[in-house]
Design a protein around this ligand. Sequence first.
Ligand SMILES: NC(=O)c1ccc[n+]([C@@H]2O[C@H](COP(=O)([O-])OP(=O)(O)OC[C@H]3O[C@@H](n4cnc5c(N)ncnc54)[C@H](OP(=O)(O)O)[C@@H]3O)[C@@H](O)[C@H]2O)c1
Length: 364
Amino acid sequence: MRYKLLGKSGLRVSEVCLGTMMMSTESPSSAGPEESRRILEAFAEKGGNYFDTANEVYNDGLSERILGEFVASDRHRYVVTTKYTNTRLSLNRLYSGKDPRIRDHPNAGGNHKKSMVQSVEGSLKRLGVDYIDLLWIHFWEYSTDIADVMRNVNDLVQQGKVLHFGLCNTPAWVVARGQTVAEQRGWEPISALQYRYNLVSRDLELEVIPCARSLGISVNAYSPLAGGFLTGKYTRGDSTESRRYDGGRFEQAAFPFDEKSYEIARKVDEIADRLGTSSAAVALAWVRDRGVIPIVGARKVSQIENSLQYLEVTLPQEDMRVLNEMSAPALSWTYDMLHSENSLLRQLASGGMLDAIDNEHFPA
Ligand SMILES: NC(=O)c1ccc[n+]([C@@H]2O[C@H](COP(=O)([O-])OP(=O)(O)OC[C@H]3O[C@@H](n4cnc5c(N)ncnc54)[C@H](OP(=O)(O)O)[C@@H]3O)[C@@H](O)[C@H]2O)c1
């Protein structure tokens, strides 16, 4: 296991983060408390120290409780991150329509200070910790000014309840403004960003990744296996493994599971077979080699073991090139106009000296 520095914070996190969204009660689609503990142990045994959870929205807070019990024995070894924005409603109960609190109160969620404070208080209790290593906004909900959010989180940092800050699912322009305000005021900066990113979903590369690189923020990928789609079990006809997207749930996934995605998934299988590793390992190695930290999920210990084979994988350059090419996101003119290798526009902007200028800022 190697370790990465998170943003400019100096905090060392393992090169892969363990997502705990599926840690819940015993059910066919989640990991019960005992299996969750085994998954956490298997990850930590490999050197993993970086964990992702969220407030009550993950299984009524059970994910935080399970993680909290695990880290209690050696709290300072682990980097515990959790999220706010959805304060009191559980996603599962919301989807099932069974939550009597579905209409709670208007401040029961959101990115404003009251929501942030009440969520952090709850997370500290459920996790059983004195401080949260990194607090994430779960998503941008277009209600609270990012300057207020930055000041509010800075207050929690001053109080010692939170050490660092990150944003999930937030437009790049909000990230840029938040970071700029924090820098100018001497507030806690944004250290990390978290978005869906994998071989079948690369839209992040247009705005977010260049924004993060230029502002010194680490990028983290949730659903790096596209929720299990890139593990080979949808393409190799393996009927023994569980599947999140069985029973018509592909529609809910909001992934483009079209013929192009299947072609990419089959290419991942082919590379895995040749390298003698798992498909999951190839998919995760691709995310890592794009300079992004994968937040991997698992429903059972055999899955995390299978996925962590990626730690031993070196993807040959030619495989990386082929995967990059076949999964390249569609670009619009603004993002594409400079991209061709012989781009006339870049030549013009370089006084005809493009080949003589080293420009590490140009997006790869
Ligand atoms: N910030 C956000 O908005 C956000 C959103 C989503 C997730 N997250 C975070 O990101 C984490 C990971 O997200 P994710 O669960 O979508 O990620 P993922 O790693 O793409 O998918 C994990 C799922 O794939 C299947 N799987 C994993 N490894 C496997 C293997 N080796 N072989 C076969 N199947 C395997 C399992 O589901 P089945 O066995 O049921 O198929 C598992 O639950 C979450 O736990 C959460 O912490 C954050």
